[in-house]
Design a protein around this ligand. Structure first.
Ligand SMILES: [Mn+2]
Length: 360
């Protein structure tokens, strides 16, 4: 098993690469969507209903990833003695009409194929994706982790009101600031599964040929609907349905332990066993949480409902040799809250994995 660090777009710098390696990571997962451009990484909007999407960032994300920038990013990471394990998430500007079944869907599917081909050509093995209309939504920030460390919670009916998604927005981001007034409206489960199938059936042949695996993130928060739009993977068995859409070995999972634990059915450990035994896990997001939907909060890796050592033992036993990255670590009270939280999680993971691999 390999330890990685997920870096947001604005963190793809030499200092952050060195920090990752200093804290024991061997791999980087690069988030190419510039959706959290400032520290602290969780930025609330004025009404507290979601993350801020700085409009000034939009223009810079409208282009497709070029072969040159992917190659430069990989080289910069490798120059610091690390590997680029995956790039994570298409930008809403790349695929809003794939998610919404809109008029530019065909064109955007071609754009996605182009980018997948480039990712493969450069030698990046995985793209993580999150097929969701509402995206990550409804979290509130507060002192929810040990000793008042700042993290996020989902409070269900006590959280932000589930207002309809305005036109021009998807994934909790604005892709068209000039969209006419209106809303995205209701999206049913059948509609969203059909859109996912259209996406996978279009791009998986290209991914397979390019040597790239497409790894699916579960819904966060794992609710059946958010803001009137259906969710896909809000119970563990939905991952089976997702993998059954297309038999390509390029279809894989971005196994995020937090949401799987937050789901009301099934068991995180059985789910982890099932898909790691099948070799379907592209990479793992690792965090700890307390509670299940509709109420949970995120905590440090060594508190909370997940027995992380037990989970790591399952992966080891099933021969998982991919990357695990800390996911949303709580912010610690110091001059570098994100760095301290990340280093704490990475150190814990490194010791735990070493212990397990030594047979202890
Ligand atoms: Mn995650």
């Amino acid at each position: 098993m390999k330890i990685g660090l997920g870096l947001y777009c604005s963190q793809l710098t030499t200092d952050h690469f060195r920090f990752a390696r200093q804290a024991g990571a061997t791999d980087i997962v690069a988030h190419l969507v510039d959706y959290r451009s400032e520290f602290p990484k969780l930025v609330r909007n004025a009404s507290g209903t979601g993350y801020v999407w700085p409009r000034s960032q939009m223009a810079s994300t409208k282009h497709l990833w070029t072969e040159e920038e992917l190659r430069d990013l990989k080289a910069a990471i490798e120059a610091e003695g690390l590997r680029l394990a995956a790039v994570e998430n298409f930008d809403p500007c790349h695929w809003h009409d794939v998610l919404l079944d809109g008029p530019r869907k065909r064109e955007q599917l071609e754009d996605l194929k182009t980018m997948i081909h480039r990712v493969g050509k450069v030698g990046i093995p995985i793209i993580g994706y999150d097929f969701s209309v509402a995206g990550v939504w409804g979290h509130v920030v507060g002192p929810f982790a040990r000793a008042g460390a700042e993290s996020v919670a989902f409070l269900g009916p006590d959280g932000p009101p589930e207002t309809p998604i305005p036109s021009g927005q998807v994934w909790n981001m604005t892709y068209d600031a000039d969209a006419p007034p209106g809303t995205v409206g209701t999206v049913t489960s059948d509609q969203l599964w059909q859109r996912l199938a259209d996406f996978l059936n279009a791009v998986l042949p290209v991914a397979e040929e390019a040597g790239v695996r497409l790894a699916a993130h579960p819904d966060d928060p794992p609710m059946p609907t958010i803001r009137g739009t259906a969710r896909l993977v809000y119970q563990p068995h939905h991952y089976r349905r997702l993998l059954a859409i297309n038999a390509s070995p390029a279809s894989a999972l971005e196994f995020c332990m937090g949401p799987i634990q937050e789901m009301t059915d099934g068991s995180l450990y059985e789910t982890l066993h099932e898909f790691s035994a099948q070799g379907r896990i592209g990479y793992v997001h690792l965090r700890n949480i307390v509670g299940k939907v509709p109420r949970y909060h995120e905590v440090f890796i060594d508190e909370g409902d997940i027995d992380v050592i037990r989970a790591l033992r399952i992966l080891h036993k099933n021969g998982y040799d991919g990357v695990l990255i800390p996911d949303h670590t709580p912010q610690m009270c110091c001059a570098a809250p994100w760095h301290a939280g990340s280093a704490y999680a990475l150190g814990y993971m490194r010791a735990a994995i070493e212990m397990i691999e030594q047979g202890a």
